[in-house]
Structures are given as C-alpha cells and as structure tokens.
Design a protein around this ligand. Sequence first.
Ligand SMILES: *Cc1c(COP(=O)(O)O)cnc(C)c1O
Length: 491
Amino acid sequence: MNDDQNYETLDPENWDEMRKLAHRMMDDALDYIQTARERPVWTPVPEEVSAKLTSPAPAGPTPPEEVYEEFRSDILPYNLHTNHPRFWAWYMGSGTVMGALADFFAAVMNPNVGGINHVAPRVEQQVISWITRMMGFPDSASGLLTSGGSMANFTALTVARNSGAGYDARREGVLAAPGPLTVYASTEIHSCNQKAVETLGLGSDGLRKVPVNDDYTIDLDALARQVNSDRESGMVPFCVIATAGTINTGAIDDMNAIADFCERENLWFHVDGAIGAVAVLAENVRGQLSGMERADSIALDLHKWMHIPFEAGCVIVRNAPAHRDSFALVPEYLQREPDGGGMASGSLWFSDYGLQLTRQFRALKVWMSIKEHGLERFGRMIARNVEQAHYLGRLVEAQPSLELTGPVGLDIVCFRYNPGNLAPQPLNDLNKELLVRLQRGGVAAPSYTTLRGHYCLRVAISNHRSRPEDFDLMVREVVRIGNDLVSGTVH
Ligand SMILES: *Cc1c(COP(=O)(O)O)cnc(C)c1O
C-alpha cells in the first residue's frame, strides 16, 4: 500500500520525464527572451483560442508534456510582450533573465515570508536596506516589498492616516475624526492613490486634487490655498503626496518645496515614486529628485524602471515604529519567541508591516538581479532611456506631420499625428485609429493619453532593450499610417 511507487502525491509520476521536460522548458524560455525582437510586439488573441479558454476544469489528469504543448500553442504566442524592444505601453519594465530564474527558484523553495525564523526574511531585509540607502533614508527606516506601487502607496497612506489623524484611528476608525481627514496631491496623481484613500474610509472627496503648472508639476500656491481653506472649513489635512514621475508626462513635483511646506504645516510627506524614485541611480535625473530623501514615506516600483519581473514594489517609512503600529497584530497562533529559539524566534516578521500574512519570496529576484548587474548598470539603463526620450522628441519635432503634445518628462514622450487641417475631435479620432493600426501591425506598442483635450500617443521607454533605430522605425510607421489614413488609402 505505502510503497513509494503507488502512494499518490502531486509529485511527477516519472521524474526522468519531468526532468527532460523541465530542461526543454528552460531552453524555450531563454530562446523566448533572446529572440524577443523577432516577434510582433503584440498579437491579439484569436477567437478560437479565447473559446478554448472558457472550457471547464478537467476532472482527471493530463500528461505534463501535453499541458506544456497547450501552453506553447495557446498561451505563449499571445503574451503581452513586455520583453520586446519596442514595447512602450502604459509603464512597465521589460524583465531580466536572472529575475525570471530567481522567481522559478523562489517557487521551488516555496517559503512563506510573512515571518518565521528562516533565511528569506533576511534576504528581504537586505534588499530593503539597499533601497533605503538608495533613497537616502536612515538605516532605522522600515520597509516592505509589495506587489507593486498600488500596494506600496496604500501601505504608506495607512501609516500616514494613523499617524496624522490626531487620535487612535486604528482603534476608533475614521468616524471618530473631528472633521473629514484629507490628503493632497496634484490632478496628475495616479489613480491607485484615490483607490487607497477610498479604501481607507476617507471617500474620494478626501483626496484633494490640486491644479498643476504648465509643466504638469503641482501648483504650490494652489496647494497652500487649498490646505488653508480646508482647515477653515473644519477638515483635517494630514498628508501631501508628491509624485516623482507622473504617469502622463513623467513630471517630478518640487520635492524640497513640498518637504518645506509639510514641515511648516505639520503634514505627512509621502512620495509616489512608482516611476521615478529609482532614477536616483541615474546621473541625468538625480538632481531633479533632490528633497525626496526628506519624505516620511516613499512608494516605488521595482517592476517598472528596475525591470524586475512582475510583481515587485516597495514601500519605505522613515518612522519604523509608526509603520509597525499600523499593521502589527499578534494573535496566540503567531506569538514570537526570543532570539535563539526555534522557528518562531526572532523579530523579523514582515506581516507586521502590511496587510498580507502569507507572502511570496519576491525578494529573491530583486536580490539576484541587483547582485548580477550592480546598481550602476541599472542607473545607466535609466539614464539611457531618458536620452532616448529626448531623441524621440527631436525625431517628432523634425516631422512636419507630427507634434509633441506635452513636455518630454523622464522617459515619457506624448505626441500626435497632425495633418494641420482637422478640427479637434476628428484629429483625436484619427490618432485613436492610427494607434490601433500601429499596435495591430505588431511593429511598436505605445499607449495613449489625453493631455488638455488632445488625444495622443504616449511612449514610455522603460525598456533596457530599445535602440535608437527602434524609435526611427516607429516614427516612420506612424507617419506612414497617418498619411494613409488621411489620403484614404486604407479603410
Ligand atoms: C504604475 C504606477 C502606480 C501603480 O503601481 P503598480 O505597480 O501598477 O501597482 C502608482 N503610481 C504611479 C505614478 C505609477 O506610474
């Protein structure tokens, strides 16, 4: 009954065959990344594949080789191909090989990094202390790796609320506030912060959106006026969120001015640095981020401009006890033992610093990628993307039928095709159609935004594989499609 052969588990029935398959998968994976440039940057999912993906779960087993074949034919070709050198949509990183291998090994090790006395929390702690130093925070700061910028901002804003409410908000809730608790940011603030403010019980009205200057940075006078008038009408301002690299145009708010303002007004200074915080590594950006090191908390993404495979974000908080006080909750089944004891010993429990108890070993891919490349190389990749954005800006300006629709900020370029004789709405429609054709053609994948009523193509170059000729190619393609659309040669 209990002999090894027949005792059912989820392990391979035939280890030799699984080993062969695993080696093939590894070879295919490396080929996939090495030849990224040769495939279309986007391929829509065919209807027959979509239909297959609605079939019910199988009750019985399928041989592993067959499962893998199905993956190869039905899933892999329709990937969102962020590894491609001309993937510039929304704002994503392009992955690293070591990061992918590390993620595989994190799953092989399969530790739970919520706490407990083992090696993985120490690795996460090391990664956090590297980031803490990168950001110019003191070693006493706390941090947490998160799924991404959204959870990093949510975590920081929770600590900000609990610290700034002026009473025990964790125990009494927002109903006990003497007036509506309010957070301040520019109109260019990323939507995840509004979701966080709503989830924290403050309502979307609790996020006060302040107008921006021509360069899309927050208008500091308007900020001061808003905080003042809100206080006069009984609200309780507790936090200002500065953005280091806005999602639309890569604008960086004036960090020192906001730090001064928060000091004067006794407000929590939070930085949403999902895009730009890691650009402290780049010579040509560092100066613009001056003052960020004065923040009370910073949210940043490692799966954007650091190219760590999804998901990887980080939050750091200057006041570690305030961070812990917002999330630590230790029931009898999670009690800790003194150092030197068994598995429950030690104080490094990351579940005390965020919402999740069970946590994956996402630190490993960050740790291995940073070890492999070193911070300086990451800095050079970031700096080069910024130069490429300016190169693309010059290409756009050199084309009579193209125009920039906003300032080039960090690695983000917004532009549109404009034949010069269309009213605003037809011009927006033309550019929408142009972008769809560009994406479906598989040549390049920008995304889009709308700036001051102008719909435009938006190229976010957080990509370590892009080369100058990739931008030449995209610009030629945009002009060609635009001309075809205007002359009616395509329908
Ligand atoms: C992407 C982004 C976020 C959200 O981060 P996720 O990693 O997608 O959760 C927040 N703020 C800014 C400025 C961003 O660009």
